[in-house]
Design a protein around this ligand. Structure first.
Ligand code: B12
Length: 297
């Protein structure tokens, strides 16, 4: 049976208020959830539809004009929207400052709302380069100089994971060119690079299967095998004493035809020759996008 979400959870995921969700249902039948003795129950496809409607409303469409469109028409309409021009760097710094101040005061709801709003007005690729990466960098600095706590780091990582996760679902290619498993090796907790990568590869028509940080070679290889991934993407920011061996074990255990792509600040410190399979060293995120084009439609 499909998972069902109560209205409060849907409000959190979509950033729409309870009143808006009820009004869109009552007035426009934009999304009509099932009712149970526990109230309204939404399915994943309905949440995805609400996210699409919300993005279009944020871009200036009247809900009354789009509520009856089919999901695919909403996606097409969204794809035709010009993105908000990227503000000048000082304005951008102010935008990020409001997210940072919410995080500093442990206000996860406000930080989440701010980020969802930004995700709605920027094109996904611009969101990654102009919002997510600079924000992660700034937050990173603050963890390391002790201004932010580990609890705040976990809070932000969770927020970004959820947000990018819902954006990835929203822009999921309907006919992906290939599947890619994304992870970091055991003892590598730096996750932001592969999070940004997941979003970019999905925009490039590839289906990302995001496993997150700190995984053993066998877990990564087994997943690649199970889903028939053509590529495994590893993010490596810190090389520990086990990293080189883990990469070797992964290369040996992965499906025969799959490629191993490696990126991140310390990836250049690894010897990727003689792994017995095609490997690609990615010097940065644009290099990843470039490599994805090889698989493009
Ligand atoms: C945030 C952070 C953390 C967070 C990670 C949170 C999380 N959920 O990811 C926490 C607090 C957990 C952490 C822990 C540690 N960290 Co730390 N951390 C950072 C910090 C501040 C930012 C890294 C980051 O995420 N930046 C945002 C991303 C988006 O940018 P980026 O890392 O520069 O990556 C860019 C490119 O490299 C590329 N990229 C990155 N990954 C990938 C992957 C792919 C596939 C591709 C294509 C591209 C790509 O794209 C990005 C955008 O351009 C850096 C310092 C810094 N200012 O860079 C230190 C830093 C990376 N950490 C460091 C260290 C030493 C540690 C610790 C070992 C111990 C410690 N004392 O803090 C621990 C444990 C690490 C472990 N074993 O995994 C060192 C690494 C030194 C080294 N090279 O060996 C750094 C450089 C700090 C320093 N100057 O000492 N850290």
């Amino acid at each position: 049976m499909q998972t069902r979400y109560p209205i409060r959870a849907v409000a959190k995921i979509t950033g729409l208020s309870l009143d808006t969700l009820r009004a869109w249902e009552r007035r426009y039948q934009a999304v009509v959830p099932e009712r149970s003795d526990r109230g309204r129950q939404y399915g994943p496809a309905q949440i995805e539809r609400l996210l699409l409607l919300n993005q279009l409303v944020q871009k200036g469409h009247a809900i009354g004009g789009i509520a009856s469109l089919a999901d695919q028409d909403l996606k097409n309409l969204l794809a035709q929207q010009p993105s908000q021009p990227i503000p000048a760097s000082e304005a951008m710094a102010d935008i990020l400052a409001s997210v940072l101040s919410a995080i500093e005061s442990f206000d996860s709801a406000r930080a989440g709302d701010e980020l969802s709003r930004l995700a709605a007005v920027f094109r996904p690729r611009d969101f990654v380069y102009e919002v997510a990466v600079p924000l992660m960098r700034e937050l990173g600095k603050r963890f390391h100089d002790g201004t932010l706590s580990i609890a705040q780091e976990h809070m932000v990582s969770q927020l970004l994971r959820n947000l990018l996760g819902s954006m990835i679902r929203l822009f999921r290619p309907s006919n992906p060119a290939m599947k890619m498993v994304l992870a970091t090796p055991a003892s590598e907790s730096h996750e932001f690079g592969i999070l940004a990568s997941a979003m970019l590869v999905s925009m490039a028509g590839i289906e990302p299967v995001y496993l997150g940080p700190d995984l053993t070679p066998l877990e990564i290889a087994n997943t690649a095998q199970r889903i028939g991934a053509q590529v495994v993407l590893l993010g490596i920011t810190v090389v520990t004493e086990t990293t080189a061996d883990d990469v070797k074990s992964l290369a040996a255990a992965m499906p025969e035809a799959s490629e191993l792509w490696v990126g991140g600040a310390s990836s250049t410190n690894l010897d990727l020759s003689n792994l017995g399979r095609k490997t690609v060293l990615l010097k940065d995120l644009p290099a990843l996008e470039n490599e994805c084009r090889r698989w493009g439609h």
